[in-house]
Design a protein around this ligand. Structure first.
Ligand code: DGL
Length: 268
C-alpha cells in the first residue's frame, strides 16, 4: 500500500448506525493507534428496506462528500447492505482504498458440521447477486437458508442507547428462519448485518445455544490492518462520530461510543 504522508489521516467507518461499532471494536483491537471517524447515516436508516438504486446513490454521494471533508486514508463500509450493493461503484468513484463488509459465508462453510447454514440479513442484502456468488463460490455442496430479519436493527439501536430489549422481538424476527424446511439441522448462522452481533446474547436464546454465530468483523479489521501496514498513525485530536440525523437522537449513544474510544459527537 502507498505510504500516507499525514499520520493523522483517519480511517472512516460508515454504517447507518450502531452496526459499525461491531467493526470498530475489531479495528481497535488490531490498530489501537489509528485515528477513526465513526460515521452513522442515521438519516438514511434503515438501508435494508431501500431499493438498490437508493442505497447506491446515497452511499456514493455521502462517501464522496465525507472523503472531501475528512480526507480519510481508507474508508470501511461497515454495512453489508451498502457493501453488497455499492462496493464496486464506490471503488470506481473514490481514489482511496475501500474495504467492504460482506456476509461471512466462507468461514461459516468451513465451520459447519451439519452442512446447513442459516443467514440473517436485511431484505436488501439477502436478495443480492453478491450473496449468490459467495454462496456458489464458498458454500457449494452446503445448504444455505436465507432469512430477512429487519426486525433486529431497531432493537440493536435501542440496546446501545441503554434501553431494554424485549426477547420476544428477537424471537419473532428469527422465527421465519427456524420455520424453513431443513432448519432443524442448522448449526451455524451468518450474521450478515453489522447490527446483529450486538444482539448475540439474545440471538443465542432465540436460535439455541449450540448454534455458532459468525460475522465478518474480525476479517474486515485484518484487511484494514493489511492495507495500512507500514503507515504511521498519530492522533491530532480525539476520535469522533458524525451523524446525518438529528444530534439529539445520537447523544444517548454517547456512553456506548465512549466504550469504543469515540469521545465526541457531531452532525455531518
Ligand atoms: N448495518 C446494516 C447492514 O450491515 C443494516 C442496517 C440497515 O438496514 O440500515 O446491513
Amino acid at each position: 500500500m502507498t505510504a500516507i504522508t499525514d499520520p493523522s489521516a483517519p480511517i472512516l467507518i460508515l454504517d447507518t448506525g450502531v452496526g459499525g461499532l461491531t467493526v470498530l471494536g475489531e479495528v481497535r483491537k488490531m490498530l489501537p493507534e489509528a485515528p477513526v471517524i465513526f460515521a452513522a447515516d442515521q438519516a438514511g436508516l434503515p438501508y435494508g428496506t431501500k431499493s438498490e438504486a437508493e442505497v447506491a446513490a446515497r452511499v456514493c454521494g455521502l462517501l464522496g462528500r465525507m472523503a472531501e471533508r475528512y480526507r480519510p486514508r481508507l474508508i470501511c463500509i461497515a454495512c453489508n447492505t451498502a457493501s453488497t450493493i455499492a462496493l464496486g461503484m464506490v471503488r470506481d468513484v473514490l481514489e482511496i482504498p475501500i474495504v467492504g463488509t460482506v456476509p461471512a459465508i466462507k468461514p461459516a462453510a468451513a465451520l459447519t458440521k451439519s452442512g446447513t447454514i442459516g443467514l440473517l440479513g436485511t431484505e436488501a442484502t439477502i436478495r443480492q447477486t453478491y450473496v449468490d456468488n459467495l454462496e456458489h463460490e464458498f458454500a457449494a455442496g452446503k445448504t444455505m437458508l436465507r432469512h430477512a430479519a429487519p426486525g433486529l436493527v431497531e432493537p440493536a439501536e435501542r440496546k446501545l442507547r441503554g434501553k431494554p430489549v424485549d426477547q420476544s422481538e428477537i424471537d419473532t424476527a428469527v422465527a421465519g428462519l427456524l420455520a424453513k424446511p431443513g432448519a432443524e439441522t442448522i448449526d451455524t448462522v451468518v450474521l450478515a448485518c453489522t447490527h446483529f452481533p450486538l444482539l448475540a446474547d439474545e440471538l443465542k436464546i432465540a436460535l439455541g445455544e449450540h448454534i455458532n454465530l459468525i460475522d465478518g468483523a474480525e476479517g474486515i479489521a485484518k484487511r484494514i490492518e493489511f492495507l495500512t501496514r507500514g503507515q504511521e498513525f498519530c492522533r491530532s485530536k480525539p476520535d469522533f462520530a458524525v451523524t446525518t440525523g438529528p444530534l439529539e437522537a445520537f447523544v444517548p449513544l454517547g456512553p456506548a461510543l465512549a466504550q469504543y474510544g469515540i469521545e465526541d459527537i457531531q452532525t455531518f
